[in-house]
Design a protein around this ligand. Structure first.
Ligand code: HEC
Ligand code: HEC
Length: 445
């Protein structure tokens, strides 16, 4: 009885979770006064029917009927066209077994003291009620469906004892049923597709992301209407997140949101950073993942991260172009802070002896400019100092799209303003002859 009730509660909870969390199913079964009245009427009729059956035919018949209704409803949920039928079967199945679940420990167990029956009821509600519903909800959450094989297993748990009873002493029938079952098994194995198509690098990289637990430090969810949007946007449609299996919105945010990281970071930057985060990102607390590059996992992960970007991020680019540090941040900027921050966050690439620069020198699309002497690729020629400062601030915060120069979105504005103040002053001082920029357009490689 314990196994049978657990299986029924499990099916019920899984189906309930799936219906409540699939908008299309919920609309087809749950929305609107008419639906609710019909559901209520089915519940009531099935409950009365259950009581009648319990008295006339016994509890096994009721459980078998409940299983037939619930199992069919679970299987029908796979097919959008049969929602209406499923929505009728589901409440009937629930009421059929619910009445039995209450009646069984209180009225139907014969013999034993009241205490003994109480204990049995306790076990029934603890295992079938709590565990069965927990497992059912877990199945709904993780799989989003009730696998047909599970419905079969539930059927065995519920109907098995009765079938054994019936089949005892019927060798011939048993042989026929066994033969058919074996043939069905062989057929299903033979008809199964030989092998799934091989995973792409991006799909494999996603598995690495999951296996390494990156989501315990990184979200992939840009909160609409929050400062996230400017730093890590644009916002993604909820439907896209829902389609993901499993969704990787993350469960803590120790590091930046990665929804759009493919648009904000180049492959080289991602590789250099995974190998040595603290060197590339100024004393980062992120652990090194250099070991992933001993095999293909590292490159797969970089391919996955590179794929995280909206098909068209240009609206967001316009927002970045219009950005400048607030007047308050500019007022609080200090050149000596800027020099210090530069040593911490930038020197590794922009100083002649910087570690990241030397480590990856053969692989930069263009060698990072040495400050203050250049040569520069991105800074426009002949800018008045205040405009130069704004351009530097924007490049420092958002990086330079399409290059290995990454943004520092997470630095507070006063720090960005300090860096750009110090950089613009040093550039101007060391190039005192009017035109401070040595623009060299040819590529170093
Ligand atoms: C202990 C927490 C932690 C773990 C685990 C972690 N990270 Fe990070 N990550 C951070 C922090 C903090 C930063 C910000 C500082 C920096 O750039 O290193 C960061 C930065 C990043 C960035 C740069 C994003 C940006 O916009 O600047 C990427 C990409 C990244 N992590 C990817 C990963 C991947 C992939 C994994 C798993 C293999 C991972 N992280 C695991 C904490 C973590
Ligand atoms: C991981 C290496 C790396 C780090 C760290 C880095 N940069 Fe860069 N930066 C580059 C590269 C590569 C370029 C050249 C981009 C290109 O291809 O045009 C560049 C270009 C620039 C430019 C444009 C210069 C030009 O050529 O006109 C500025 C300004 C700049 N970086 C500022 C900074 C600041 C400020 C920091 C620190 C807050 C910083 N960068 C940190 C790699 C880096």
């Amino acid at each position: 009885m314990l196994a049978a009730f657990t299986a029924l509660v499990w099916l019920d909870s899984a189906a309930f979770f799936i219906i409540q969390n699939t908008p299309q199913l919920k609309a087809g079964t749950w929305h609107g006064t008419a639906h609710l009245w019909i559901d209520g009427a089915i519940h009531c009729a099935a409950a009365v029917g259950s009581a009648w059956l319990l008295g006339r035919r016994g509890i096994f018949t009721v459980l078998a009927a409940a299983f037939a209704f619930l199992g069919a409803a679970c299987l029908l949920l796979h097919h959008p066209a049969s929602i209406l039928l499923a929505s009728g079967l589901y409440p009937a199945g629930v009421s059929l077994y619910s009445v039995a679940l209450v009646a069984y420990p209180s009225l139907l167990i014969r013999g034993g003291s009241a205490e003994e029956r109480g204990r049995r009821a306790g076990w029934l509600y603890a295992v079938a009620g709590w565990m069965g519903s927990g497992l059912g909800i877990g199945m709904g959450q993780n799989l989003g469906r009730v696998p047909p094989l599970f419905v079969l297993a539930a059927g065995v748990a519920i109907l098995g004892p009765q079938l054994c009873e019936v089949l005892r002493g019927r060798r011939r029938e048993l042989a026929v049923v066994g033969g058919v079952a074996l043939a069905a098994l062989a057929w299903s194995l033979l008809a199964r597709p030989r092998s799934a198509p091989p995973l792409t690098a991006i799909e494999k990289g996603r598995e690495v992301y999951i296996a390494e637990g990156c989501m315990h430090c990184h979200s992939q969810y840009v909160r609409p209407g929050s400062p996230d949007e400017l730093m890590w946007g644009p916002v993604e449609p909820l439907a896209k997140i829902r389609r993901e299996d499993p969704p990787l919105i993350g469960n803590r945010r120790q590091g930046p949101d990665l929804t759009e990281v493919g648009a904000r970071r180049s492959a080289l930057w991602l590789k250099a950073h995974l190998e040595d985060p603290a060197e590339v990102s100024g004393a980062s607390i992120m652990p090194s993942y250099a070991f992933l590059f001993q095999d293909q996992r590292g490159n797969d992960l970089v391919a996955y991260l590179g794929s995280l970007r909206a098909p068209d991020g240009t609206a967001h680019l316009r927002e970045e172009q219009a950005w400048r540090p607030s007047a308050e941040a500019e007022a609080r900027a200090s050149a000596s802070d800027g020099a210090q921050l530069f040593r911490r966050y930038c020197a590794t690439c922009h100083d002649a002896g910087g570690r990241t620069r030397l480590r990856w020198q053969a692989e930069f699309q263009r060698r990072p400019a040495e400050f203050p002497q250049g040569p520069y690729f991105d800074l426009p020629a002949r800018l008045p100092l205040p405009q130069l400062q704004i351009d530097l601030a924007r490049m420092t915060k958002f990086g330079i799209p399409g290059t290995d120069m990454s943004g520092h979105e997470y630095l507070p504005d006063p720090q960005i303003a300090s860096i750009s103040l110090w950089l613009s002053q040093t550039i101007a001082q060391s190039n005192p002859n009017g035109n401070p920029f040595r623009i060299i357009q040819e590529k170093t490689r």
